[in-house]
Ligand binder design. Structure first.
Ligand SMILES: CC(C)(COP(=O)(O)OP(=O)(O)OC[C@H]1O[C@@H](n2cnc3c(N)ncnc32)[C@H](O)[C@@H]1OP(=O)(O)O)[C@@H](O)C(=O)NCCC(=O)NCCS
Length: 246
């Protein structure tokens, strides 16, 4: 028990740059308190003391702002940072070394009793603040869920998921070992951002082609004046001029 507590505290010290020492983690980290209250609630639940288990979990929620159903399985070295508003459902499983930030829901989308309704987080998953992982699927080992993402489908190991609904922006098993605090990745390969960038480049290329296709004289004499078309882009005004002339 004390060895587990020591290793849980060590995990927190390792993953939270704001943590200054063992005593601070022991007394001021609701995520740690919630996990130990959950251990007690689960112990009672497994001994068929369902009401008492549920009540213990409720007291834990009252004290920490973190709701963990007594039936949920929580691995070792799980770090719930800040914690307020975290909800972990009945059939959820949280693997060893996972990190969960405030406002995360590991919830279900179906109402069928006795089925696996909540997600399984494999080892080392990081779920960013406010993210919702909904459904009885697995989030693969080392995957990262961006803040405020809504994940409704299985996530492969090592992948990074962002957005609503969650989409994969990075899927490299090799990178899965690295820990990214707050599930923030700087080298994002967001497909939406890439598409917008391509559109901008295409429009610039179009402007250049139009500008070079018309002689300088044509540009000067035929270009719609800025007063009639108050856009900063000379290329766009040339394009309009060419269209009108055509
Ligand atoms: C929105 C919701 C009601 C849709 O349920 P559904 O009809 O079964 O929808 P499906 O799972 O068939 O998904 C349909 C589409 O909506 C998308 N989708 C599902 N839930 C979504 C959500 N919450 N946000 C954005 N998109 C969502 C799916 O990706 C899918 O898109 P696709 O067809 O392009 O693949 C459900 O997913 C949901 O979010 N329920 C709330 C659950 C909740 O809050 N639980 C908390 C328990 S503690």
């Amino acid at each position: 028990m004390f060895r587990t507590l020591r290793s849980d505290i060590a995990c927190i010290l390792e993953r939270d740059p704001a943590a200054r020492g063992t005593l601070e983690v022991l007394f001021c980290y609701p995520g740690l308190h919630a996990i130990y209250i959950h251990k007690l609630a689960r112990w009672l639940w497994l001994r068929r003391l369902y009401w008492l288990g549920r009540f213990t979990s409720h007291v834990g929620r009252f004290l920490t702002g973190i709701e963990i159903h007594p039936c949920a399985r929580i691995g070792s070295c799980v770090f719930i940072d800040h914690g307020m508003g975290v909800v972990i459902g009945e059939t959820a499983e949280v693997g060893d070394g996972c990190t969960i930030y405030q406002g995360v829901t590991l919830g279900g989308t179906s109402l069928y009793r006795g089925t696996k309704r909540h997600p399984t987080l494999a080892a080392g998953v990081v779920v960013g603040a406010g993210a919702k992982v909904l459904g009885g699927f697995t989030v693969g080992e080392g995957a990262r869920v961006g803040s405020n993402a809504v994940v409704v489908k299985e996530v492969p190991a090592g992948a990074t998921v962002v957005g609503i609904p969650g989409r994969i922006v990075e899927d490299q098993g090799a990178k899965s070992e690295r820990f990214n605090a707050y599930a923030v990745v700087l080298e994002h390969d967001d497909p939406y951002a890439k598409a917008i960038q391509q559109l901008v480049e295409h429009s610039q290329e179009l402007e250049r082609t139009l500008a070079s296709g018309l002689s300088n004289k044509t540009v000067v004499t035929c270009c719609i004046p800025k007063v009639l078309c108050p856009t900063k882009s000379v290329g766009f005004r040339v394009y309009l001029t060419a269209l009108i002339r055509y």
